[in-house]
Design a protein around this ligand. Structure first.
Ligand SMILES: NC(=O)c1ccc[n+]([C@@H]2O[C@H](COP(=O)([O-])OP(=O)(O)OC[C@H]3O[C@@H](n4cnc5c(N)ncnc54)[C@H](O)[C@@H]3O)[C@@H](O)[C@H]2O)c1
Length: 250
């Protein structure tokens, strides 16, 4: 951008700095925000969300306007603190809600608000796309025919080691195939399985253990949300009654 005369990059990880240096040889590099602050007028924060608030508050406290990648923060309390700090210092605090700078999104808003579309209903989407190195399959549960379409379209990863200069992935296109599927209403298949298992005493495909595996994943997600750390399935698989640690692991 013509108004930007100088760009510096900050990253605590040496490997990332090295990669940046190769991609942009003229770039000044710093291992942390504090050492870079004297060399910049404004800061863009594109780090993991848990670090957004602390970094933004540091930048704002030193009089720098800040653009933070979404999400602005990981709690409303942090977000309010950032807003207050920017307002107190008359600095710009901006969040990277890119969709709000997208003309198509604004057009859609206009279409809805002008009532051109009439009453709005939520469109049900049940689609799973699996992209492989050889082919891509799209499963659209709401399609009356062609629920599964196989595209001879794959993703090709770059040759050799990937660096910032390389395109991360490229696409290869080819024919599209929709295999024949004998379709039966899944709810009816499920209930028939239940009745069959009751009559024969056999174990259903989705037995209690199958249910447990989903509950474990949900429990891990819930603990992770509250503790702010990664939670392994082993932690909730304990059968001795002990509870997983809620403390954050650094
Ligand atoms: N990747 C996307 O498409 C995308 C889209 C929208 C929003 N975002 C947001 O952008 C941010 C970054 O996402 P990403 O995918 O590039 O993550 P990433 O993990 O690939 O990159 C984050 C970088 O931040 C560096 N970093 C970590 N702590 C730091 C610190 N204290 N100071 C300076 N640098 C630090 C890491 O070394 C890493 O290089 C996130 O907030 C994410 O929510 C990403």
């Amino acid at each position: 951008m013509p108004q930007v005369s100088h760009v510096v990059a900050i990253d605590p990880f040496q490997e990332r700095l090295h990669s940046l240096k190769q991609a942009f040889p003229g770039l000044a590099l710093y291992p942390n925000l504090e050492t870079a602050l004297d060399h910049v007028d404004a800061v863009i924060i594109a780090t993991p969300p848990s670090t957004h608030a602390a970094l933004a508050l540091t930048a704002l406290a030193s009089g720098k306007s800040v653009l933070v990648e979404k999400p602005l923060a990981t709690s409303t309390q942090e977000a309010r603190q950032m807003i207050a700090e920017a307002a107190a210092r008359s600095l710009v605090l901006m969040v990277g809600h890119t969709f709000e700078y997208n003309a198509a999104v604004w057009k859609l808003r206009e279409l809805v608000q002008s009532n051109e579309l009439g009453r709005v209903y939520p469109c049900k989407v049940r689609r799973t796309t699996v992209v492989g190195s050889s082919k891509m399959a799209v499963y659209n549960d709401l399609s009356s025919d062609e629920r599964i379409r196989i595209f001879d379209k794959g993703v090709v990863s770059p040759e050799g080691n990937s660096s910032l200069q390389n395109m991360p992935m490229t696409y290869r296109y080819g024919e599209i195939r929709a295999p024949y599927l004998r379709f039966e209403e899944p709810l009816s298949v499920q209930d028939a399985e239940f009745v069959s298992c009751v009559l024969s005493g056999s174990q259903p495909q989705t037995d209690g253990h199958n249910g447990l595996s989903i509950v474990q994943a949900l429990e891990c997600a819930d603990i992770s949300l509250r503790a702010g750390r990664m939670v392994s399935l082993e932690e909730v698989s304990r059968t001795d009654g002990s509870k997983p640690e809620l403390a954050k692991v650094s």
